[in-house]
Design a protein around this ligand. Sequence first.
Ligand SMILES: [Zn+2]
Length: 270
Amino acid sequence: MVIQKLVLENPGGADKKHLKEAVESFLYELVKNGQVWESQWVLAWEGDTLMGYIKTPAVEAVMPQHHSQSVTSLQREVEEIAEAPIKWVEIENHNSQDVEWHQEEYLYLFTHCFDDSSPLCAGSNGKPIPLYSLELGSKLTHELVNWMTTYKTLDSLWLNSGPLEMDAYKQIAGIKSQFYKDTKTLQLQLEDALSKPVFYYLLRYWGRSDNEFDRLCPSCGGQWLIDESIDTDLFFKFNFKCDDCRLVAHIADSYDDERKARTGEYQQRS
Ligand SMILES: [Zn+2]
């Protein structure tokens, strides 16, 4: 993740409120296109210059070559109002290196409510892949960003332990949920666009103290255990993987309530 400063001068003396709103619209479109992370920026005037602190997946994420048509046209609109170009200045860079994903055997979908990186990760090392580098087109990129936002909302509802705790958990950790169905649809679209298997990381919080490693693939009922002793401190090392169902998972975290372990277990259809 990178923090960049947006700098926009206003030499023509345009109405500040109007210009700020145009910049907001431009930034929201960048979010939809996977070029900016979340809409938690701060925009403020410093004299006649508008400044913004924005989270982006990489320094080059906001470059024009990654823009969708809508982003390009909104940038043009902003620059016409301001009579000046939008400038970006790198402030903090937490990225170790860009991820070259073409050589990856597979990718997987994973995020959580505190995540500020891409929801699509490289199978061999777990590194999040900046969405603009996938060249998915604006429609599919937007669907992927929406998927990420929904996952984070559900994860947050689960962690808050309020009245929707179990409903939210079943959505992201079970395979009978609407969210799982939507995820499958997205996986197929991504595989089609990327010509590469795309797995879903299926959360497993509550498990069974006996035979947790014997858990079958919750979707097909097949054996999917890879390794019991794998070092799951490295997140991308999975205990379970089903190639047919495109699912990966870890061993459970908690064994204090086995009634909740049923979610994410294979249930034979009667
Ligand atoms: Zn399976």
